[in-house]
Ligand binder design. Sequence first.
Ligand SMILES: Cc1cc2nc3c(=O)[nH]c(=O)nc-3n(C[C@H](O)[C@H](O)[C@H](O)COP(=O)(O)OP(=O)(O)OC[C@H]3O[C@@H](n4cnc5c(N)ncnc54)[C@H](O)[C@@H]3O)c2cc1C
Length: 420
Amino acid sequence: MKVAVLGAGVVGSTTAYMLAKEGHEVTIVDRRDKPGMETSFANGGLMTPSDASPWNSPGIVKQLGKMLFDRNSTLKINPSAIPSIVGWGVRFLANSTYERHKANMISNIRIARLSLGVLRRIRETETLNYDQTTCGTMRVFPRGGRMSAFLEMCREMEEWGVQFEVLNQDKILQKEPCLRAVIDRYVGAVIFPDDESGDAHKFTNEMARLATEFGAQLLMKTDVLKIVESSASRISHVSTSQGDVYADAYVLSLGSYSPILARPLSIFLPIIPVKGYSVTVALNGWNGGPTRPVMDDGYHAMMVPMGDQLRMGGRAEFTRYDTRVDAKEGQRILNDILKILPALSSHIDPRTALNWSGLRPMTPGGPPLVGPTSYSNLFLNTGHGPLGWTMACGSAKLIADFITHGRVLSNCVDPKDYVL
Ligand SMILES: Cc1cc2nc3c(=O)[nH]c(=O)nc-3n(C[C@H](O)[C@H](O)[C@H](O)COP(=O)(O)OP(=O)(O)OC[C@H]3O[C@@H](n4cnc5c(N)ncnc54)[C@H](O)[C@@H]3O)c2cc1C
């Protein structure tokens, strides 16, 4: 079958690989000159089923009020974005009941764990280089923080297969000696041994490369202008800046831009862009940093080793489609990390740091939209929010299986999040 995958981010490229491997004739269409140049470019790099808890945990309403008025908050809402997020926001809050949140968390865990399994299987047969770490992630908790509440959540996640281990200060230092200077700040840590990390941009390009080895065509520097229907139930072709692209099936993986292309077909996808920032510094051969990703739960800061670089990231900003990089945000992220890893300052040159921002394609519930639409040959694999890299291999496998074998998507996807 001829399949056009719209979007060459980590989700689209992995989908293209899965479909091409199944023997389909795949064309990937993207407006950039290379795969993975938008949100999949410099994200946090975490491949973390342990992070499956959606952002709208019960009690979020109270926290939101506090966060919005705190100048140092990790969450910001630009007033100009408010009209575009009201409807989405109501659904976001409606998903913050204990029951809804738990159901969404379980869906996320299922896709994320499937993803990890699929990724490991790919690594068995393909040689991939994406600066991966495979020795887990560590979350450290400051005194007076929320470690006990977090452990409760870990125990819930454990029922669904997320393993964890609690560490005291000595054990933290055995695993991550780089935290010695600030160890008294911490009451303990949780390590998730199955988590991994890696450079999502490199991985995306590896997936696109492998897809082409299975015969896929890359149509880059090509804007998708319109998805054209032939009838109320079928897509005829996609109109692009390089002419029309015809296929038997189409997969929509345009990240935060998916709703814009779907809307003219009366498919209203509940996805909005939520901006985040990252900073990447060269370590110049210094190996005194963390050996695995470390998250500080107090500063909401994370540092992820990536080859000879350290990536740090965070922040959530509702600011529509504004992708401008704000150097001040980058500096704030770096400052938080320097509080945890003061030795870093003498080994890096902040002037050469890569400051980046990207738009997380967020659904109000948390789980992505993976599955069919009211058009028999248009499929969704989009809306992965803060977990697109974590879930890419899993959701690509689900949609490829669905298109190829009609295999049911189980309950990975929440039908309530579809407004079709
Ligand atoms: C600061 C930050 C940190 C993050 N950290 C993590 C993390 O640690 N772990 C994790 O799992 N996730 C993380 N994420 C989320 C993750 O990056 C995203 O979920 C993921 O990149 C989304 O992938 P995608 O392929 O859906 O979208 P994208 O990567 O945005 O890909 C969409 C593609 O569509 C193309 N496109 C869009 N419109 C058109 C058009 N009209 N015509 C042609 N092409 C078009 C774009 O060029 C792009 O290549 C983070 C996100 C941010 C912002």
